[in-house]
Every structure is written in C-alpha cells, then in structure tokens.
Write a new protein. Structure first.
Length: 55
C-alpha cells in the first residue's frame, strides 16, 4: 500500500481516525473525498485538515 484515501470527510469525528490509521500503517494520506462522486476526490491538505480539527 502506498497511501490512504479518506472517501468522505464530512466531520472531524470520522476524519480524525485517518490520522491514527496513517500512523499505524506508516503511509501518507493522499486523497480526501469532499462529496459523493469520484470527481470529489481532492489531494489531502494537512494544514486545512488540522484547521478543521481545532475549529
């Protein structure tokens, strides 16, 4: 495995688990889903993700 895809990031409770999985598997998060379609997959932005966790 070369990376993780978080299929739907619509809440920090669900999205926060990706950090634990990333640390356990030692692979980067590559994409996150912001909607319901394949076109809604976007590159993972760690800074934006961190801001959402503390907001």
């Amino acid at each position: 495995m070369t990376g993780l895809v978080l299929a739907k990031m619509d809440g920090t409770a669900r999205g926060g688990i990706v950090l634990a999985v990333r640390d356990e598997l030692r692979v980067p998060v590559k994409l996150v889903g912001t909607g319901e379609g394949v076109r809604d997959l976007v590159p993972f932005d760690p800074e934006s993700f961190a801001r959402r966790l503390v907001a």
